[in-house]
Structure formats: C-alpha cells, structure tokens
Design a protein around this ligand. Sequence first.
Ligand code: 13P
Ligand code: SF4
Length: 326
Amino acid sequence: MTSPNPATAPVPATATRSDHELVEEIHRLKQERNAIILAHYYQQPEIQELADFVGDSLGLAQAADKTGADTILFCGVHFMAETAKILNPGRKVLLPDLNAGCSLADSAPPEKFRAFLDRHPDHVVVSYINCSAEVKAMSDIICTSSNAVRVVQSIPADRKVIFAPDKHLGAYVQRATGRELVLWDGVCEVHVDISIDKLKFLLGKHPDAKLVAHPECPPHILAEADHVGSTSSLLDFVQRDPGHTFIVATEGGILHKMRAAVPHKHLIAAPANAENSCACAECPYMKLNTLEKVHAALLHGKPEITMDEAVRVGALRSLRAMLNLG
Ligand code: 13P
Ligand code: SF4
C-alpha cells in the first residue's frame, strides 16, 4: 500500500467555531503566510467577501500572474488553481478541497485528447482554460469565455482549428466568427441544466426582463439572450444597461456581486431542471470550498497543487500565448 502524499492529503476539518472567528483567524494566517486569496464569482458569498480578488477565469489568471505573495489560496476549482501554479512554480498554491473539479475539464482525459489530436493533424489547437494542465500542454493557445472569440480571430484564416473541450462555447465562437471549428464533445453540467421551459415561463412573466447568459449555455438558451458573455461581462452588462429586470443564466454565485453592484435592480437566477438549495444553476464543485476548509488550508499549508515540470512548461507556453494577446 502506498502512503498518502503529505502535500495533497486531505486536511481534517477545524473544530467548530463561528464564521466571524474563522474569518478573523483566516486574515491573521494570511498575513503570517504572506498569502493572497483569489476567488471565482461562483464561490459562496462568505468566501467572496474574504477574498483579495474576485473575478472570472481570465481576471483570476491575470491576478495570479501578477502576484508577489508567497502563497496563493485559490477559492475556485482545480483547473483554476492549476493555472495559478503553472504561472507560479515557485509559490505555494493551495486549493481548499482537491475534489473541486469541473465536468468540462473531466470530459477531456489527456490520453483521449492526444488520440483526438492525432486524428486531426495540422490543426491549431485552442483549449478553453477549463481543462487539465496536460491538455493545456497539448494545446497551442488557451482561451477563456471572455476572450474566446478574439483568440480564434487571432489565428490566420487559412488554418484549421480544433476547439476544446466545451462544444457550446465552441459553437458560439463558430457563430460569432464565421469560422468552422472542429469541436470536442464536452459540456458544463451546470449550464446545460438550465431549464428552457422554466426560463420561457419566466420571460413570459417578466416581459421587460433582459436575459444575460454565459456562453457555456446550450444554443437554445443563447438564442433567447440579450447579452452573452463571461461572468465579468454579465456583471458589467447589468450595471451598464438601463434595464431594471434581468434574468441571469449562469451559476447562481454571480448573483452575490450583482446584487451588491445594482441593489435597486431586480435580478432573477435562471432556473435549473435539478432541484437544489437555490433553485438556480449551482456548481457542486465550486461549492465544495467552505470557510472551514479555507482556514484549514492556510493553517496546514495544504492541500497543495503540484504538477510534473514538463507538463507545467508545456502548459505555460499555451497559457502565455493567450496572456500575451492582452
Ligand atoms: P468565466 O469565469 O470565464 O466566466 O467562466 C465560468 C466558469 O464556468 C468557470 O468555471
Ligand atoms: Fe466546470 Fe461548469 Fe462548474 Fe464552471 S460551472 S467549474 S465549467 S462544472
């Protein structure tokens, strides 16, 4: 039997204490460890409130690229923390729960992806940042939901292009650019669970409402949308647009920052098929991070993200290609 890797072994939950005490203790540990907390908009409100920076995948990658902190505590999912590690081999990158995965990243196992690329030689490989470091290392350039169109447009028109792993984002980019793309067959289980029937009912009930949607949603949802964009872009739109009522088709966590930004506006989470606590689209992986786990990770310096150096260097090349686009 192999013994557990001490760097990645799960950490026992801290003894019960109030959220207030935990937050105070997290701030103290953060200073002691010279740590920065980066959080995605899909995190629990209490984690967003605690973070030094809250953003979308692109903003978080840029923040990780700029930081001088010794420790990056990443409140998001595994591929995001991995991205921070790819950019920061000399810094400690912690993810409060290593089980915080992503259905899109899981849809592209490296060996299957390699075989797919072998069947499509001479293609430029564009991979959505929601993929493993191994898949990034096999890609030419990475994109996020906020720059996918621009990344594809940056590729010479005579080149054939593979887009992976999200087929709905890929199809959206295809429509936006008029380019034909070879799509990997992956989806985000959260965005495909938004119910078009319940959504149409809501739109009927609120005829003045505008629908804003993330491009991981299937085409039948995007066809109804007034604005399609990354989480940051949706947040920006509800602030800039003169409308009063918005239906928000993405993971429900974004509503926290939206409500703070436009408290006078009426924001409605697009309903999901599955029954869950918020009746909205909820990412079970993002929600694995808790204040207790954030505290335990800072206290014990684990679970830590580690990776093979050759993979990291390969992934850095495609990630830099995206970041260099500006
Ligand atoms: P963005 O952060 O690019 O909006 O994507 C959302 C997402 O699904 C992250 O996993
Ligand atoms: Fe992955 Fe979807 Fe969760 Fe984002 S919302 S982390 S794409 S499963």
